[in-house]
Ligand binder design. Structure first.
Ligand SMILES: [Fe+2]
Length: 394
């Protein structure tokens, strides 16, 4: 990312910093270094009023239980998230849809405000906001979010949510790895290159640092060791008076992705937005289509020899996919070729632009499905390339 600073930080690191405590005394601030890869990765230094280790009491630990669905058949699959009922808050409302050791993807339609604070101690998170909005209040400051935002929350970021009124529908990605902008978009200093499809100006860092010097009962849940550990704190966790560094939450809006097109069709890496270990996240944004008079403006058939390809249809009219509506997700697993359904190429020839917005994630290792996918699976999709069998269910 890039260097950012909020609030007051001393001129040198690792020095004694004092603040007036209100009783004539000057309180020594607590410096916390939050960093990746031991002390070799990106880091931020935060200055707290109290020790971030301070606890009032330790609560329960709840292991994460994943309810797998192992289908009888290995086929292309379609799931429709539209019938998923809203429920829960911004954390408890996450319903696991598919996962592997590198990436977990949940559907979340929160209809309650989160009580207390949350921290992911074992993974980075990306929330894609399909509908809704609000503010993520974090130890780094406020991160307002709106429709089509990706909200990137680094591990160890204590935060809570204030949701706007109305409908919310999010995709929530969790990875034990690090969420990054793609290497090939960055120069050797980390700055995004001129030809990258977005720039540093499109990345929105926290604003409005909150510093609470408050004693009360604050509930904090930390995701760690494949479960949720509850704690009670007796000091407000947002007690930071200043921070600086390269690790902080941010938003990037899909409408700020500048799509690329060519004389002939360009492959999915053109749309890449984030990278992580053994996965990518891509944004297929509305764009001009391939302009050669002979160009086929849809994807060619392809075999995912080494990856699982999952696509969420966010907006527009999907020329290449039959029976796919906004809110649907297709899974084209490894081992099978896929491409446009019959008739789609003929219909698309000569098209000048597309209004589609889709979010795609590819994993290099197989994905497991859950009972949520089983609930919303549309088994007829497997036969949708055969006009004589498109009513059959796999
Ligand atoms: Fe594909």
């Amino acid at each position: 990312m890039r260097y950012e600073r909020r609030g007051e930080v001393p001129a040198k690191r690792h020095v004694a910093v004092r603040q007036p405590a209100g009783n004539g005394h000057r309180r020594l601030l607590v410096e916390e270094v939050m960093g990746y890869e031991g002390f070799s990765g990106n880091e931020t230094i935060l200055y707290h009023l109290n020790s971030p280790c301070r606890l009032d009491s330790v609560g329960d630990f709840r292991p994460i239980v994943r309810d797998d669905w192992v289908p009888d058949a290995h086929v292309h699959r379609l799931a429709d998230t539209n019938p998923v009922e809203p429920g829960g808050d911004a954390v408890s409302g996450r319903r696991l849809l598919l996962y592997n050791a590198d990436l977990e993807v949940c559907v979340c339609k929160p209809d309650q405000q989160l009580e207390g604070f949350h921290r992911n101690g074992e993974g980075d998170e990306v929330l894609y906001i399909h509908r809704g909005g609000g503010v993520v209040r974090t130890v780094f400051g406020m991160v307002p979010f709106k429709e089509k935002d990706y909200v990137v929350i680094p591990r160890a970021t204590t935060h809570t949510f204030e949701l706007d009124d109305g409908d919310q529908m999010w995709l929530c990605f969790h990875t034990p790895g690090e969420v990054e902008t793609p290497n090939r978009y960055r120069n050797r200093y980390g700055q995004l290159l001129e030809h990258a499809p977005f720039s540093q100006r499109d990345i929105h860092a926290p604003s409005g640092l909150e510093t609470w010097d408050e004693s009360a009962e604050f509930h904090l849940t930390v995701r760690v060791r494949d479960g949720y550990q509850d704690y009670v704190l007796d000091r407000h966790p947002f007690d930071v008076v200043g921070w600086d560094g390269y690790v902080w939450p941010y938003t990037f809006n899909a409408d700020d992705f500048e799509p690329r097109a060519g004389r002939f069709h360009l492959p999915p890496p053109t749309h890449q937005t984030f990278q992580g270990p053994n996965f990518v996240i891509c944004t297929f944004a509305p764009r001009m289509l391939d302009w050669d008079p002979q160009a086929v403006p849809l994807p060619y058939h392809h075999s995912n020899i080494q990856s699982e390809e999952v696509m969420f249809y966010a907006e527009g009219d999907y020329a290449a996919r039959k029976g796919v509506d906004v809110g649907c997700i297709t899974l084209h697993p490894s081992g099978l070729p896929h491409g446009p359904q019959p008739g789609a190429v003929e219909r698309a020839l000569g098209a000048k632009s597309t209004d589609e917005l889709a979010i795609m994630w590819d994993t290099f290792r197989p994905l497991r499905l859950t009972s949520l996918w089983r609930e919303i699976d549309r088994p007829e999709y497997a036969y949708s390339w055969n006009p004589e069998k498109s009513h059959v269910e796999a």
